[in-house]
Design a protein around this ligand. Structure first.
Ligand code: XMP
Length: 310
């Protein structure tokens, strides 16, 4: 594939689709939305406004670090605090597809709709990639950013047009394009992080307290496995609890699963055989989180498992 040509074509396509209007896009800091941000700014300059939506589901320090990384690239990112809105939408939900639906509805029906209204934008630029579309169409799971393929017309339903410049690319292609766009290595090589963010890693109800547990566990796993060279590594909070011992007393505590996989495009994945020493260290640190007394390592490839748990 000629990635330089791809970049030129997409810049042209964005210009044609937006015309003299204004566009917005949401940047999560992942490689997909970062590439869309760069293409959009090259195509539209100041006529693209880029937002980071803090949905309460992000990792430690993520909003601040994304804003800073892009400020260094000369791109202003506006931070939107939508934490309470997402937590309210997720309250009481346990079913995975209902949780995904609530996140989609809040993003597209509420937050983006409001941003479009406030800015006068007519178009939303979107980082959907081919794998997202394929898995949704195949009925594996509803990726939160899929609309058209599920029969949703955003123009009719939400009042804005959606453009998806990356919809023919897979993750490895997106990284090549990111390199050519001169995004910094920490973005080009960033491990994938799902649209529903930490909500994809909480089995059962998503609330502030459970988010805090999985956020702390995620920070530990990411720190310990940063130099593993793996495609993706993550921590998951289960809804079951287990009996354990803390300070010589019985504790009915939380269970964290650690997952570390290799893959090229996330369609299939194998489990990384981490050294015992590393696994022990991760287990020790994770069970030091208050209320967590078990740490499991997931041995399941994809398929039959998926990468995320929700
Ligand atoms: P799954 O869990 O479907 O994940 O095997 C495949 C890859 O896509 C990333 N990813 C998502 N996963 N919902 C998901 O379930 C999303 O909206 C999403 N966006 C990205 C996931 O982290 C894994 O790398």
């Amino acid at each position: 594939m000629d990635y330089q040509k791809f970049i030129q074509e997409q810049i042209e396509a964005i210009r044609n689709a937006v015309g003299d209007d204004l566009a917005i896009n949401a940047l999560s800091g992942g490689v997909d939305s970062a590439v869309v941000t760069m293409l959009g700014h090259r195509a539209l300059g100041q006529r693209l406004r880029t937002f980071f939506v803090d949905n309460a589901l992000m990792r430690q320090g993520e909003p601040e670090s994304v804003v800073k990384t892009f400020a260094d690239l000369g791109i202003a990112v506006e931070l939107i605090d939508a934490r309470q809105e997402f937590l309210d939408a997720l309250r009481g939900l346990h079913d995975p597809e209902q949780k995904r639906q609530a996140i989609t509805d809040t993003f597209y029906g509420k937050v983006f709709a409001r941003l479009v209204q406030q800015t006068g934008a007519k178009v939303l630029l979107h980082g959907t990639i081919l794998t997202d579309i394929e898995e949704t169409v195949a009925g594996i799971k509803r990726q939160h950013n899929i609309l058209a393929q599920l029969g949703i017309d955003p123009e009719k339903q939400f009042g804005y047009k959606v453009i998806e410049p990356l919809q023919t690319l897979r993750k490895d292609d997106v990284r090549q394009v990111a390199r050519l766009l001169q995004l910094p290595p920490q973005i080009v090589n960033r491990i994938p992080f799902p649209g529903p963010a930490l909500a994809a890693r909480i089995v059962g109800e998503v609330n502030s307290q459970r988010l805090e547990i999985v956020r702390t566990a995620t920070a530990i796993v990411e720190e310990e496995l940063a130099d593993s060279g793996a495609f993706q590594y993550l921590a998951v909070l289960l809804s079951d609890k287990a009996t354990g011992i803390r300070h010589g007393r019985r504790e009915y505590g939380d269970i964290i699963v650690v997952r570390c996989i290799n893959s090229t495009d996330a369609r299939t994945a194998t489990v990384v055989e981490l050294p015992w020493e590393k696994l022990h260290r991760i287990s020790q640190r994770i069970t030091a989180i208050p209320g967590v007394n078990r740490c499991l390592y997931d041995l399941t490839p994809k398929p039959p498992a998926t990468v995320e748990y929700v």
